[in-house]
Design a protein. Structure first.
Length: 195
């Protein structure tokens, strides 16, 4: 079976006027995405931000729940947040996974917008479940996918063009199409890995 990791990007993103920006870190995204990832076995979870100050803030929050008082107060939260890694950008996460696996991950883009060449959830789920992707010795996968989520008003083309696969958007029964990134992540993980 292939392995699945997650990265939450904060730059380069679009703002509502279409400008390229770095978005704010949201503490609840760290908590909820890590909890969803732990539930479905997607690990590690990367939080990428270009600002050193913001990365320090993320590390402080992470430390509180992984090693500080929060780890004693809520061991379940500690278990989920233990899988978080704070990085500066997509390249840092790719490098980290390359060291972990010995091979670069395949980046998978997500978006709320429809477009050409999208991979359906059932198609990607089959790729993840493909048992031929395991090495003959041990449990290590020869393929890892890095599921890339954006913040703000979506990822720029610079980021999206780095992906080898592009997942279809989530559609509900209404015209409303503005899920939070943490909700979208949970829905996608369930569609891809749920039993």
């Amino acid at each position: 079976m292939a392995k699945l990791s997650i990265i939450l990007m904060h730059h380069p993103m679009h703002d509502k006027e279409g400008k390229t920006v770095a978005t704010s870190l949201t503490a609840i995204d760290l908590h909820d995405i890590s909890r969803s990832a732990a539930t479905y076995g997607a690990s590690p979870v990367y939080i990428a931000h270009p600002s050193v100050v913001t990365r320090r803030l993320a590390e402080t929050m992470h430390h509180f729940w992984s090693d500080g008082y929060g780890a004693i107060y809520n061991p379940n939260r500690k278990e989920a947040l233990d899988h978080i890694r704070i990085v500066s950008d997509l390249d840092a996460a790719i490098h980290d996974l390359s060291l972990l696996d010995g091979v670069e991950p395949q980046v998978v883009a997500t978006s709320a917008k429809a477009g050409e060449g999208r991979t359906s959830f059932p198609e990607f789920s089959k790729l993840l479940a493909d048992k031929s992707l395991s090495k003959t010795t041990g449990n290590e996968a020869t393929v890892r996918y890095l599921l890339m989520f954006g913040t703000g008003w979506g990822m720029t083309d610079t980021l999206l063009n780095r992906a080898q696969l592009f997942l279809e958007p989530i559609h509900g029964p209404t015209e409303y199409n503005h899920l939070s990134v943490r909700s979208a992540c949970a829905i996608m993980l369930d569609r891809l890995l749920g039993v």
